[in-house]
Structures are given as structure tokens and as C-alpha cells.
Design a protein around this ligand. Structure first.
Ligand code: TPP
Ligand code: MG
Length: 344
């Protein structure tokens, strides 16, 4: 396989560098479409991940499909796509269609894909961390070779007791898990400085006796290398690592949030100058991995695909009313019906 040209300092071949770029462009296109669909009144809410593209493309490249397990959080659209989740299913979730993997009955972006090793997620911040550690414990007890568990979360999640319990247990039991903090500096309206007094989430790793790495979350190659190294540690039996990818949330927390009420436009614009998507495209153009026309063609193909997919999913039916109480309890247990009967 061809090696990367010298000016992109990595051992990644051109094919994988272009995969990173493509994933980043897809993530950006899906975000843009989600916000548009919400403004058109077609979907209830959108959760953008602009600014997280490099983190998620890099992490997705390190994820070994068919082996690893992913415990994502709600801002991981790009990552789940990079791990093989179908684009159409992202929009089935956004449109809450009956064809959605949760029958159109879960909050947007709360996807599930057992076949791909992607666990269901809860909105309860940091709850996925204890789930991920439980899965990693099972991997270790069953002596499953070459399988790591990827646990994703934001900076705000590290204030939860559950996060600390998860990291401590994983450290004590030397579990094959990678804790990946997508530090976008904000937890809705709470800035990092009001969340913690340390500069780096990764520095907390020392308190648990495990390694912590800080990486430029606007550089997909740096993220890939840090996560791949953490994965290597995990599958070698050396235990967990905290990888902290410094990025930024360019958009509001969700379409229901107005970030102008708590942060300045100047701050957002300053961060925009570091936008990882054009920055990485430029890097690959300078290295002659792709040319301007190639990037433009990729961008157009992705826009066409995203538009065609949303047009198609929009025509699919929503869930019928009689599925409203389905999948709440296992089997046919319907406590509300018992209550109604008793009331009668
Ligand atoms: C236990 C809990 N507390 C509060 C919330 C409300 N909440 C939803 S998202 C969020 C911010 C989380 O920020 P962070 O972990 O930094 O992730 P980001 O959204 O910035 O990617 C909060 C406080 C929640 N869902 N669960
Ligand atoms: Mg955050």
C-alpha cells in the first residue's frame, strides 16, 4: 500500500488519510442537514458535532470492526458512521421513523447497533462509562483476545461520580478500555473552568495510576495515533488509558439551546479559525494526497448522498400509536394496563 507523503507526518497510507477526510466531510454534512431539517420543522431536535470531526474520524479509524465494542454518547454521529453505522439509520433516528432501529421511539442520536458492537446509550451523563467498564470486565473474564472497549464522553461527564467509579474500577482490574474525553470546553452553558480546576482531564489519570494523554482534537491523525496506542495497551493486558482530545463545540449544544446567551461570538470565531475540516483538507492538498478538485468532488458526492438519503427517509412511515408502550418492559408486561384494570 502507498505510504503517506512526507509532509503529513504519519505512517498512515493515503487510502486511510482519505478515509479520515471523507468521514469528517460526512459528519459535517450530516450536522448541517440535521440543523436544516430542524429549522424546516421536519425533525424535533438536532445535536450538532461540528468541531468534533477530527476526534471522531481518528477514533473511528482506530476502532477494529467486528472485534471492538463502542459505548458512545449523544454527540457521536461521526464516530458511529466511521464504525459502520449506516447513514440511512442516522436519519431514521433523526426523523423518528418506524424503520429506525429503536422503532422511532428513542430520542434522536440515541442509536443502537448490536451487530456492529455499538451499545445503546442513555442521556444520563457518564452512565455509559460504567456500562463500558462492565463490558470490558466481561471481555477480560472471558479472555477474549484482541478486543477493546471504546468509552466516549465529554468534559462535563468527568464531574459525575459515575465517571470516577468507572475509571477507578477499570484501573484496579486492568481492563481493556479506552476512556476518550471529547473536551469541547463546554458542558451546555458551563465552561471548563467552572467544571474543574485542572487544565487537562487527562491529568486525572495519575490519581488512578493509569496513563493519560492529551491530544490535539483538531488533528485526526494525532487522535488516531493516540487512540491506536491506547488500544494496543488495552489488548496487551496493560489496562486502561485516558485520552483527552481537545476540540471545540462550534454550534449550540442542540437546536434547543441558544449559545449566544452564555459565550461570546469572538470566542466561537477564534475557534472557527482552527476548524479541523478545512484544515485537514488543506494538509492533504499540500501533501498532494488529493487536489482541490478532488476535495470538491468528494464534498459534492457526500452532499448528494445526504440529500438523497434524507429525501428517501422522509417518505418512510412514523411509528403507529399501538407501539407507544412497546420495548419499555421486557415481554408483554404492561404495568399501566394493570393499573387501569385495578382502577376500574
Ligand atoms: C446526570 C445528568 N446530569 C445532567 C444532564 C443534562 N445534560 C445533558 S448534556 C449535558 C452537558 C454534558 O457536557 P459534556 O459532557 O461536556 O458533553 P458535550 O455535550 O459538551 O459534548 C448536561 C449537563 C444529564 N443528561 N445527565
Ligand atoms: Mg463538553
Amino acid at each position: 500500500m502507498p505510504k503517506a507523503t512526507a509532509s503529513v507526518q504519519t505512517l498512515l497510507d493515503n487510502e486511510r488519510l482519505l478515509t479520515l477526510l471523507r468521514n469528517m466531510l460526512v459528519q459535517r454534512a450530516v450536522d448541517t442537514r440535521g440543523f436544516q431539517l430542524n429549522r424546516q420543522g421536519k425533525i424535533a431536535i438536532a445535536m450538532g458535532s461540528e468541531g468534533h470531526e477530527a476526534v471522531q474520524a481518528g477514533t473511528g479509524l482506530a476502532f477494529q470492526r467486528g472485534k471492538d465494542l463502542l459505548y458512545p454518547y449523544y454527540r457521536n454521529t461521526g464516530l458511529i458512521l466511521a464504525c459502520g453505522f449506516p447513514l440511512a439509520d442516522v436519519f431514521r433516528s433523526q426523523f423518528a421513523r418506524a424503520t429506525d432501529r429503536t422503532g422511532g421511539r428513542n430520542i434522536i442520536n440515541h442509536i443502537t447497533a448490536r451487530d456492529l458492537g455499538i451499545a445503546s446509550l442513555s442521556s444520563i451523563i457518564a452512565s455509559q462509562c460504567t456500562h463500558a467498564v462492565g463490558a470490558a470486565y466481561a471481555v477480560k473474564l472471558r479472555k477474549e483476545p484482541d478486543r477493546a472497549v471504546f468509552c466516549q464522553f465529554g468534559d462535563g461527564a468527568t464531574s459525575e461520580g459515575e465517571w470516577h467509579e468507572a475509571v477507578n474500577f477499570a484501573a484496579v482490574a486492568r481492563l481493556p478500555v479506552i476512556f476518550l474525553c471529547e473536551n469541547n470546553r463546554w458542558a451546555i452553558s458551563t465552561p471548563q473552568a467552572k467544571q474543574m480546576v485542572v487544565e487537562d482531564v487527562a491529568s486525572r489519570a495519575h490519581g488512578y495510576g493509569i496513563p493519560g494523554t492529551v491530544v490535539d482534537g483538531f488533528d485526526p491523525v494525532a487522535v488516531y495515533e493516540a487512540v491506536a496506542a491506547a488500544r494496543e495497551r488495552a489488548v496487551s493486558g496493560d489496562g486502561p488509558t485516558i485520552v483527552e482530545a481537545k476540540c471545540y463545540r462550534f454550534l449550540s449544544h442542540t437546536t434547543d439551546d441558544d449559545d449566544r446567551t452564555y459565550r461570546s461570538r469572538e470566542e466561537v470565531e477564534r475557534q472557527r479559525e482552527l476548524d479541523p475540516v478545512p484544515r485537514f483538507a488543506r494538509k492533504l492538498i499540500d501533501a498532494e494526497t488529493i487536489d482541490e478538485a478532488g476535495v470538491e468532488q468528494m464534498r459534492r458526492e457526500i452532499a448528494t448522498l445526504v440529500n438523497a438519503t434524507t429525501d428517501e427517509i422522509e417518505t418512510e412511515p412514523g411509528p403507529s400509536a399501538d407501539t407507544l408502550y412497546g420495548n419499555v418492559y421486557a415481554g408483554s408486561h404492561e404495568p399501566w394496563c394493570v393499573w387501569e384494570t385495578e382502577a376500574l
